[in-house]
Design a protein around this ligand. Structure first.
Ligand code: ISJ
Length: 411
């Protein structure tokens, strides 16, 4: 996976992550920018075909790129994929650290993206937002649906289901995505922060998710997590709580254990016993705390290079965003949620990005995110329901989850 040419130096010196992103969006080329958890460098790719293709998630076959999957995507067979025809790595100030380019200088994308007349004005603002739907009716609907879910759980239809809602917002003018992206990076250093422009859908999805779905690093280490249980990261006086003091109830402990059991069930299906399990421990995710268990497998020691692909197909959607058992929980979601989830609670992230040592893949669950269509934004949030759920508390939890992004929009 080596690249033939580098961007010419004249093009390189003029560029920042800001100008590259703006040029791609202006010229209608699919683009993705992201920052991995606990890293400072940011990466950006552009697909020079001008369109997002749909692929089956076979990590052994896919070229370097960025995958985006809807919630409804059995076996990850129909996943949007942006090829990394142009790739950049930037430091936190937007200065280029590395570039790789698969296109020749004569390719039409070159001129469209980097031609002289493509100088982009720097705006760097996030205009005021207005919340379109205050949500009184929505709260009523949500709480009734929680009660309905509890009745189904008591009847034994499923043990857990994740119910999601949206919050519609309107920006006074089109917001500046690189500025928002940078704000998310600064505010949430341990999140996976990303923004993806999909010209075919005319959408940008931006978010800061705490949930890793599947990673395979350059050394062949596979990782996934069981993340569930939510409480505010701050006490009533607004002070940050200490993770070691976080009080978890039986409901949350059980809810997270179900996700863990689901992951172990996937390992069992493929007869993998050599996994390491750590946790659960309390982790901070912006304004919230969750319970998380970490699972890892050395795919090289196991001589199982396809483990990432196989597990991805089995895991998505996990019971952290769907429920247990998966089929009946998904039926409930489709019958009861008034809005389609689209890419919310799907997965997204870089695929086969070349690092020293080998290609790396890092896919995350698309949570704490917003869909942006022009000036219209849609925030998405869900809550895991069990027999012990309290409807008003679950609504409050979705409000807090929306705040992860909203609090940075209204700064
Ligand atoms: C569904 C969401 O988050 C998931 C659900 C959680 C819960 O129910 O406690 C916690 C973390 C995530 O796995 C969301 O952020 O929308």
């Amino acid at each position: 996976m080596q690249f033939s040419t580098h961007l010419s130096s004249t093009v390189q010196t003029q560029q920042t992550s800001y100008s590259v992103w703006q040029a791609a969006v202006q010229a209608g080329y699919p683009a993705a920018i992201w920052r991995l958890p606990n890293r400072t460098d940011r990466e950006l790719i552009i697909d020079a075909s001008g369109h997002v293709s749909t692929v089956a998630m076979d990590l052994e076959e896919l070229p370097m790129g960025f995958a985006v999957s809807p919630f409804l995507n059995p076996e990850a067979e129909n996943t949007f994929f942006l090829k990394a025809d142009f790739y950049w790595r930037f430091d936190e100030n937007g200065t280029i650290l590395a570039t790789e380019n698969k296109m020749s200088d004569g390719h039409p994308a070159f001129d469209a993206l980097f031609g002289k007349d493509r100088a982009v004005p720097k705006i760097e603002t996030v205009p005021d937002v207005r919340i379109v739907e205050p949500g009184d009716n929505q709260q009523l609907w949500f709480e009734k649906s929680v009660s309905r879910a509890i009745r189904q759980i008591e009847r034994g239809t499923f043990r857990k289901v994740v119910l999601a809602r949206t919050k519609a917002i309107r920006f006074e003018e089109q917001p500046d995505i690189p500025t928002l992206f940078n704000r998310l990076c600064s505010a949430y250093p341990n999140a996976f922060v990303s923004a993806v422009y999909l010209p075919d859908l005319n959408q940008v999805w931006i978010g800061a998710t705490p949930e890793r779905l599947v990673s395979v690093d350059a050394d062949g280490i596979f990782r996934t997590v069981a993340l569930a249980g939510t409480q505010p990261a701050f006490d009533t006086e607004g002070r940050t709580k200490r993770t070691m003091d976080a009080p978890w109830t039986q409901k949350e402990i059980e809810e997270q254990a179900l996700v863990g059991r689901y992951i172990i069930g996937c390992f069992k299906k493929i007869r993998v016993r050599e996994y390491l399990e750590e946790g659960p421990k309390t982790v901070i995710a912006g304004n919230l705390m969750h319970l998380r268990s970490d699972y890892s497998v050395d795919t090289q020691a196991l001589n199982f290079p396809q483990l990432g692909t196989v597990m991805l197909r089995l895991l998505h959607p996990t019971s952290a965003v769907c429920g247990m058992p998966r089929e009946t929980a998904q039926e409930f979601i489709l019958e009861n949620e008034p809005q389609a989830r689209e890419l919310y609670s799907g997965f997204l992230g870089p695929v086969n990005i070349f690092r020293s040592g080998g290609p790396e893949t890092h896919l995350f669950v698309n949570l704490r995110c917003m869909k942006l269509e022009g000036q219209e934004g849609t925030l998405y949030a869900g809550a895991g329901l069990t027999a012990d759920s309290v409807p008003a508390k679950e609504w409050r939890e979705t409000e807090l989850k929306c705040d992860t992004l909203l609090s940075l929009l209204t700064k």
